[in-house]
Design a protein around this ligand. Sequence first.
Ligand SMILES: *Cc1c(COP(=O)(O)O)cnc(C)c1O
Length: 239
Amino acid sequence: MPPLSKNIAHVRERIDSAARRAGREPQGVTLMAITKTVSPDRIREAYDAGIRVFGENRVQEFAAKRGALGDLLDADWHMVGHLQSNKAHAAAELFHAIDSVDSVRLLQRLNSAAKALGKTLPVLIEINIGGEAAKSGTAPESGELEEMLNFAGQCGSIAIRGLMAVPPYDDDPEKSRPYFRQMAVLFERIAARQFAGVSMQTLSMGMSHDFEVAIEEGSTCVRVGTAIFGERARPRPKD
Ligand SMILES: *Cc1c(COP(=O)(O)O)cnc(C)c1O
C-alpha cells in the first residue's frame, strides 16, 4: 500500500476505535484532510485513497492549487483558517464551506458574496475556546456570538451548520479534553435554542495529536493534516 493510503487507513482505524469507545457510530465522524502546504499531486493521492473532504487555511494558496484539482469534482473544500473580510468574496467563490467565521462583519460579507454568487454557503462559527489572544475565533460567552446567532435568520444566503474550535496546544491530548467538553456543552446549548438559520449538525474539533479525545467528547469532524501527510516543512507567513 502506498504510504499515504496507509496513513489514511491508520487514521480511520483510530477514528473508528475512538467512536466505538464512546459508544458512537464511526460514520458519525467525518475525516477532513488538511492540505495546507500540500502539493496538488499529494492531494490527488489522498483523493484516490478515498478522502472527499478537504480543508485549507489560506485563500491564496488554495486559489493557486485549485486549477490542478479541478476534476476532483465530488470533493468538498472547506476554508478552516482565519479569513479577513476583504477576502470574503474570493473565499465564498472558491470554497464549498467556511468553517472559521468569527464575527458578524464576516458573516455579513460572506452573505452578500454568496448572494451575488447565487449560492447558499454553509458555515461554522469558530470559537476561541481557550481565550487565547493570538488565536482567532469568537469568545464562547460573548455578545458577538449572540449577535451572530441572532443575525443568522436574516442571512438568506448563509446556513450556520455548527461550531469549530482549536484548543490551546499541548503535547498531551488529555489537556484538550476539558476544552472539547466545553465545546460540546456550548454546541448542545445553542442547538436547544433553535435560532432561525442555524442547524447544529457539525462540531469540528480534533487535529492529528488530539482527535481521539475530541471524538470521545463528541466531535463530528476531525481535521487531520500531519498524521496523513507528515510534518509540514515550516509555518508560512499569514496572508
Ligand atoms: C493545520 C490545521 C489543522 C491540522 O493540523 P495537524 O496537527 O497537522 O493535524 C487542523 N485545523 C486547522 C484549523 C489547521 O490550521
